[in-house]
Write a protein that binds this ligand. Structure first.
Ligand SMILES: Cc1cc2nc3c(=O)[nH]c(=O)nc-3n(C[C@H](O)[C@H](O)[C@H](O)COP(=O)(O)OP(=O)(O)OC[C@H]3O[C@@H](n4cnc5c(N)ncnc54)[C@H](O)[C@@H]3O)c2cc1C
Length: 415
């Protein structure tokens, strides 16, 4: 049976890294996924395995001690993780994407010589936290005022300059990895006259999870992606040292605007999930799954099931083709066509993930809503993709429509 999410022409290095994840995913993560889902528990064992295999530093360049995966390589790794445990893939993305900001994105963007020098010094320490200490980073950007996460208003969490660092106050919600992360990477607004309403001055700070004034609150008893443990966080006068600045001031805003493919990094999780639902359905129908139809039996002869499988395959191939093209177009200031295609890709991957899972359950039938099979969990997990800001399907559609007919000078800064 054909299985696989690798891009058509991987390099040797890409194949090696993806195959390592496949080995971990297939042999270990897949078997643990049900329990994390039932208990709404964070996949600590999977992170221990990823740490041992060096993958916590996957997006950190080799000269800083990491595995040096670039954007495309990381996308393939993330999709492979998503096949075996979507919760692990989604949380791991918060961690791995953090270092894309500090390295790949920061390196591609203009900044003053002074900022570049300071940033280069600081990121030696940032990389060491992962490479040497095995730290896990979360990315709780979202706030109850969702306009900020959608890129339409300044973040309400603030940072006030104090001797040697910053005092952080505010609240974040949907903070995946609460209780598991060693650092919470926040985007904050500078609390100084002139900066209050300034999105451009937003700063990206890593708050130590054990710092005084950090509080986890709220519940996380949800439909899907239950093991992400995405509770709320409150910060009261939390001290963050200067060296925990992930990118120089202004770079987050500029990156969000000029390196839009950063927000596409949630897709591979759901692409892997789609592949998993498709693979399961084929295997179920031909009789390779215990508790399902008999091997080589009648199920595979049903024209209705064959048509459903055809529809699933078309959607999966559309998602893959669009995403694979877009992942090779990720760069600083892509063309308008590339940016609009990235919105199309996000829309397609997220909407198709849920649709493929819907079709999978309909095709396989009632027995697959039992929790002994992974399909009902994939179905619930898949529903979360379209909820994730800043690129929900509605926002993608809105941008695609506006940017198709309005000139850049009519779109405004927050476009
Ligand atoms: C499993 C899971 C894990 C998550 N983990 C993280 C995480 O680790 N870090 C993090 O930062 N966030 C995370 N999120 C949060 C996520 O990105 C959203 O912030 C969260 O789902 C809350 O958004 P909402 O639907 O309540 O927002 P609302 O603002 O109520 O949005 C509802 C819908 O309205 C539309 N909408 C909202 N604003 C606009 C606008 N300005 N223009 C046009 N349409 C708009 C969108 O389509 C949106 O889906 C996670 C979410 C989920 C589901």
């Amino acid at each position: 049976m054909e299985l696989g999410i690798l891009h058509q022409d991987p390099t040797e290095r890409q194949r090696e890294l993806v195959m390592k994840i496949r080995e971990l995913g297939q042999n270990k993560f897949a078997a643990r996924a049900d329990q994390y889902d039932r208990e709404g528990a964070f996949p600590f064992e999977n992170y221990d395995d990823l740490r041992e295999a060096g993958f916590l530093a996957v997006t950190i360049p080799e000269e800083y001690g990491g595995l040096g995966a670039d954007y495309q390589t990381y996308c393939m790794i993330s999709a492979e993780l998503g096949r075996w445990c979507p919760t692990t893939a989604l949380t791991f993305n918060m961690h791995a994407a953090t270092f894309m900001w500090s390295f790949q994105i920061a390196d591609s963007m203009p900044m003053s010589d002074e900022d570049r020098k300071l940033h280069n010094e600081r990121r030696i320490g940032i990389a060491a936290k992962v490479v040497e200490d095995g730290a896990i980073f979360a990315q709780p950007f979202s706030e109850p005022n969702t306009a900020a996460a959608a890129g339409k208003s300044p973040f309400g969490t603030t940072a006030t300059k104090v001797d040697g660092g910053w005092k952080v106050n505010g609240m974040k919600h949907f903070a995946s990895l609460t209780g598991a992360a060693s650092y919470y990477g926040l985007v904050v607004t500078r609390d100084e006259p002139g900066f209050e309403s300034d999105m451009k001055g937003a700063m990206y700070l890593a708050v130590p999870a054990d710092a005084e004034g950090v509080e986890i609150f709220g519940e996380w008893d949800v439909l899907g992606m239950r093991g992400t443990v995405s509770k709320s966080l409150k910060f009261t006068d939390v001290f963050v040292p200067d060296e925990n600045m992930m990118v120089p001031p202004g770079i987050y805003y500029q990156g969000a605007r000029d390196y839009p493919h950063m927000f596409l990094l949630l897709c591979p999780t759901y692409l892997g999930l789609s592949q998993a639902a498709f693979d399961f359905t084929i295997n179920y129908i031909v009789g390779n799954i215990e508790g399902g139809p008999a091997k080589g039996g009648e199920a595979r002869l049903s024209p209705a099931k064959q048509m459903s499988l055809a529809e699933m395959r078309i959607k999966l191939e559309q998602s893959k083709a669009l995403f694979y093209r877009c992942m090779s177009e990720a760069k600083y200031q892509p063309s308008k066509a590339d940016r609009l295609r990235a919105y199309c890709s996000q829309y397609t991957v997220m909407e198709h993930a849920n649709d493929i899972c819907r079709l999978a359950i309909r095709t396989c039938g009632g027995r697959t809503i039992f929790k002994r099979f992974p399909l009902e969990r994939l179905y619930r997990d898949s529903r979360c993709g379209s909820l994730m800001l800043p690129w929900t399907p509605e926002i993608c559609m809105e941008r695609l429509g506006r940017e198709s007919v309005l000139d850049p000078n009519e779109l405004g800064e927050a476009a």
